[in-house]
Design a protein around this ligand. Structure first.
Ligand SMILES: [Zn+2]
Length: 188
């Protein structure tokens, strides 16, 4: 693998681990030339999937596009590169599982929003504002209202009729990576 810093193609693997239930392998590498470290991900190549965009234009499914869109939405939020990678992998798997050769770009965008909403609501709103092309504050409020309502409902379900959640408390919609969503508003 060519070093992203000095471009020399000579590295040694210092750590390899299986991630996303074995769907991917993450390798930590050290450049033999400049000694800097970088990370690569390895995964099984699958049958080509096309994304059908607005207006019927098709392009190859590209997880990098999803990743960069997510990275922008998650900027300065308490979400790690690995969290983003896990989201991209989840979306990629679903696309390949649920569509044979073509997937509408809209379906991907909606799914990204759904997953992001369970992870970090600020990132979610950022992504939604770009994806849904919010034109004014009213669109923004329209997008937020159902989230706030469903979070209140989820909070009630999670406490199972026992202790009540403080008014205004937010509860992440998903499990796992979602746990960090409401903490550390300063980011990193
Ligand atoms: Zn190097």
């Amino acid at each position: 693998m060519r070093c992203p810093f000095c471009r020399v193609d000579n590295d040694r693997v210092i750590d390899s681990r299986s991630i996303d239930d074995g769907a991917n392998i993450r390798r930590r590498r050290e450049c033999v030339s400049c000694r800097r470290r970088f990370t690569t991900y390895e995964r099984v190549e699958r049958q080509a999937l096309s994304v059908v965009k607005k207006g019927g234009i098709r392009e190859p499914f590209d997880r990098e596009k999803i990743r960069s869109g997510l990275a922008i939405a998650c900027g300065k939020r308490p979400i790690t590169e690995q969290d983003i990678e896990a989201l991209v992998s989840a979306i990629e798997s679903e696309c390949y599982d649920n569509y044979e050769s073509e997937v509408p770009s809209r379906a991907i965008g909606e799914r990204v929003m759904e997953l992001l909403r369970g992870v970090d609501q600020v990132a979610y709103v950022r992504f939604a504002s770009v994806y849904r092309e919010f034109k004014d504050a009213r669109d923004f409020v329209d997008e937020l209202e159902p989230i706030l309502a469903s979070d209140r409902a989820a909070a009630r379900m999670m406490v199972g009729g026992q202790a009540m959640v403080a008014p205004g408390a937010t509860v992440p919609g998903g499990a796992g990576v979602a746990e960090r969503a409401t903490e550390d508003p300063r980011g990193r």
